[in-house]
Write a protein of this length. Structure first.
Length: 224
């Protein structure tokens, strides 16, 4: 998914796509292990076949031994192929230009109401106030508006991405520009992510002129 993130890709001055070597190496190691197991089973096939023929016990156990002898090589090849594909496609991550902080997707959900909802969500998100969109509705079976939230925690910045699937079979997609949440808006977004967007989020807390006295609270309100 990271390698095909159109919204971030359109802003190379802000976002950089690079390979995550730890993630890639893990996938490659699993693929190699699956191939080694496949080669071992191929070399030892006659021995393993004799063991399966001589297996004793319940009918289910014996049948499982013989079926596993035939099916396991296919599964091992599929696992190896899937891991190589994952290393190529999901072995890349997005990060912030300048700081190199990795962007992590923290929430993805869908809604249904078309262009009207898409435009309305963009307006709400640009306020920087998560309480204007929460609680998010339960995701329906069919969605045409896709909403994602990403954070670069070390930089204390988050991004919302609103996508509209306009045509049938999801062929035509409209993207909103990544909408930034910074400062108090970032803190409010993090709190909303922590509670899963299932409850009304608290609005951003504007920084006051000085320390807040005991028993009082700082003023609140959306930021732009």
């Amino acid at each position: 998914m990271a390698a095909f993130n159109t919204e971030f890709a359109r802003h190379p001055d802000r976002f950089r796509n690079g390979r995550s070597w730890p993630r890639t190496i893990i996938m490659i190691v699993i693929a190699v292990a699956a191939l080694v197991a496949f080669v071992y089973r191929a070399i030892s096939f006659d021995e393993l076949q004799d063991q399966a023929v001589e297996a004793t016990g319940s009918v289910r156990f014996v049948a499982g031994q013989r079926i596993g002898l035939l099916v396991s090589p296919i599964l091992l090849v599929l696992v190896a192929a899937a891991c190589v594909f994952a290393a190529i496609r999901w072995g890349r991550v997005w990060s912030m230009v300048g700081t190199g902080t990795r962007l992590r997707r923290r929430h993805r959900g869908g809604m249904f109401s078309g262009r009207r909802l898409f435009d309305d969500m963009v307006v709400r998100l640009k306020t920087g106030d998560p309480s204007t969109i929460t609680p998010l509705p339960t995701q329906p079976c069919f969605v045409d508006v896709d909403l994602e939230f990403w954070t670069a925690d070390a930089d204390r910045v988050g991004f919302a991405k609103d996508m509209l699937l306009e045509e049938t079979n999801n062929q035509d997609v409209a993207f909103a520009e990544p909408i930034a949440f910074e400062g108090a808006s970032y803190d409010a977004l993090k709190a909303a992510i922590a509670q899963g967007f299932d409850e009304r989020a608290a609005p951003p807390v504007a920084p006051g002129p000085g320390p807040v006295a005991p028993g009082t609270s700082a003023p609140t309100g959306p930021t732009s």
